[in-house]
Design a protein around this ligand. Sequence first.
Ligand code: PGA
Length: 260
Amino acid sequence: MRTLLIVGNWKMNKTASEAATFVRQLNQHLPGNSTGIELVIAPPFTALESVRQVLGPTSPIQLGAQDMFWEDHGAYTGEVSAPMLKDLGCRYVIIGHSERRTLFGEQSDGIQKKVRAALKHGLRPILCIGESLIQRDNGSTDDVLTQQLHDSLSGLTGKAMAEVTVAYEPIWAIGTGKSATTEQAVAAHRTIRRVLGAVASSAIADGMRILYGGSVTPQNIESLLASDQVDGALIGGACLQVESFATIAKVASAARPIGV
Ligand code: PGA
């Protein structure tokens, strides 16, 4: 049984004080800790501490980071390491988001190192993969996803793989208001699970969560979660307003339990 995972990626939005206000309001909108799903928010590094303070030690909402560097410490100006994120209470870290790949030149070898460093320090990586519109139109979506998974995950032990969440985020759907259809998401998720099975084993792959990301809204979350192939969502724009993020969380909590 895979527990649904809803992750809010704030990207470069909200100061530390805006973040604290947001989380105070979010706490009022969410039903206790009986949601039956996992909820994660990934604020900018600068707001992790203030979000942690407001969440407190018993919150059902977990903290995630949006990126990290693979070395533990050293002369890497501007970078943040896994031990630093752990120390701030992070449980998850987003790795290989398409904005990091396209705007900041991240390559698959660095992404693989980040995944390994996160796992070494007990952070759960949320590995983002996805095809561009050109790649979808020329029929290479499956090849692109397969390559990205092999590049990032090959060589990991089954135990390590089990800690990884994959987020399928078609680049053409991110921030465009044009979500993938449920059918498109399900087809991609099936491919991803098949490849995960080849990289690890089908038993490990069956236990791993595959999220969908790209223009998820309170309106389309229900149909996306209607398939047992979709184990949750990685949300950008719609997680920045308290009401819409809370609505998405509530819809996800009400979705039928995910079967493998
Ligand atoms: P979006 O972003 O929900 O604004 O499309 C998703 C993401 O980048 O993870």
